[in-house]
Design a protein around this ligand. Structure first.
Ligand code: UFG
Length: 335
């Protein structure tokens, strides 16, 4: 399949749809005329990201409540974003991450089986590969997570393998690389609290004048800083649409990297922020951050060839510009 079709009013339940990637995906689903319901406990997501009538405020660990939502009306598929995402925190509170991410997913799958909903798109992560010694990363590379966050997602991917085999639950796992940027129309953007991601932190540094820290300048990369694959959040949202449509048309379970195939170093990201904002980014140099692989770049060939997805944002400046527009709009709203 290579073209996006109308959702024709089909009902999709989006768990974690009030968060960053989830809310951008909801925008895409609505623009295609899907009937969207969001399940979110608002622990990290925002009420302002969801139309009130579409929100069911609950945690996916509440299996009975999720089952009731799935049974409200015939539901075609679930997209599951709801998870804790901080790698550092996962290494201090492993039980919290396994409980929320792994048990939460299992609870959702139980509700889905009870309600007879058998199609799922799952938010996975590049962290399932750990510290790969080769780039670009292809999907056949082994699981080798180096943190609890990555392990919690590997566990869910493995559970989904058995759910497919035993219950016929068809799933697409999208392994995200570095989601970044904001809706080009400025309706949604990145609002993590606390913020740990590079691009919003650099933009904050520009605005506040308080320096951002570069974590390590002695990596085996051309300029000594880490290289990442920054995928625009709207492109990532579109990947979910292709995945849903693959499943709705009877497609088999599969796993895909969601990245652009292009890597940028931390220094290149700083240069881009300076070009876009026209201001110098104040920075300080710190040691390496624990668990950071030198280079993570996806091969997105499988996603492009199998599902027909293609990234629209391939220039870093264009990605950063959307993030900057959102950041400025948000500042104005706070004034
Ligand atoms: N970085 C800095 N200073 C900062 C923040 C980040 O130098 O203040 C660097 C990091 O060391 C890294 C790069 O900028 O080299 C990107 O860091 P992010 O924290 O923005 O993103 P990560 O690559 O660490 O993490 C992302 C997702 C995770 C996912 C991981 C998979 O946010 O959820 O990719 O590799 F697990």
């Amino acid at each position: 399949m290579s073209t996006i079709q109308s959702g024709a009013g089909k009902r999709i339940v989006v768990c974690g749809g009030a968060g960053y990637i989830g809310s951008h995906t909801v925008l895409e689903l609505l623009s295609l005329d899907y009937d969207v319901v969001v399940v979110d406990d608002l622990s990290y997501g925002y009420r302002h990201n969801v139309e009130p009538g579409r929100l069911r405020e609950l945690n996916v660990l509440d299996t009975d409540a999720v089952e009731r939502v799935l049974r409200e009306k015939p539901t075609e598929a679930v997209i599951h974003f709801a998870a804790f995402i901080s790698v550092g925190e996962s290494m201090h509170k492993p039980e919290m991450y396994f409980h929320n991410n792994t048990c939460g997913s299992l609870s959702l799958f139980t509700a889905m089986m009870r309600a007879g909903v058998k199609r799922l798109v799952f938010s996975s992560t590049a962290a399932v590969y750990g510290m790969p010694d080769k780039v670009p990363i292809v999907e056949t590379m082994p699981y080798a997570p180096v943190n609890v966050y990555g392990e919690s997602k590997v566990m869910v991917e493995k559970i989904l393998g058995w759910m497919d085999l035993i219950h016929g639950l068809r799933s697409v796992c999208l392994r995200y690389f570095n989601a970044s940027g904001a809706d080009p129309e400025g309706r949604r953007g990145e609002e993590h609290k606390p913020e740990t991601h590079l691009i919003p932190l650099l933009l904050e540094a520009v605005e506040s004048g308080k320096p951002a820290t570069i974590f390590g300048t002695d990596y085996p990369t051309p300029d000594g800083t880490c290289i990442r694959d920054y995928i625009h959040v709207t492109d990532l949202a579109q990947a979910h649409i292709f995945a849903v449509q693959h499943l709705l048309s009877g497609g088999a379970s599969d796993k895909f990297n969601a990245g652009t195939g292009i890597g940028f170093s931390v220094k290149q990201v700083i240069d881009s922020v300076e070009r876009v904002t026209g201001k110098k980014v104040p920075v300080t140099y710190g040691p390496r951050r624990e668990g950071d692989p030198p280079e993570l770049v996806a091969s997105s060939e499988k996603l492009q060839k199998t599902l027909g997805w293609k990234p629209q944002f391939t220039k870093l400046d264009d990605i950063v510009r959307t993030a900057w527009n959102f950041e400025q709009k948000r500042e104005k709203q706070l004034e």
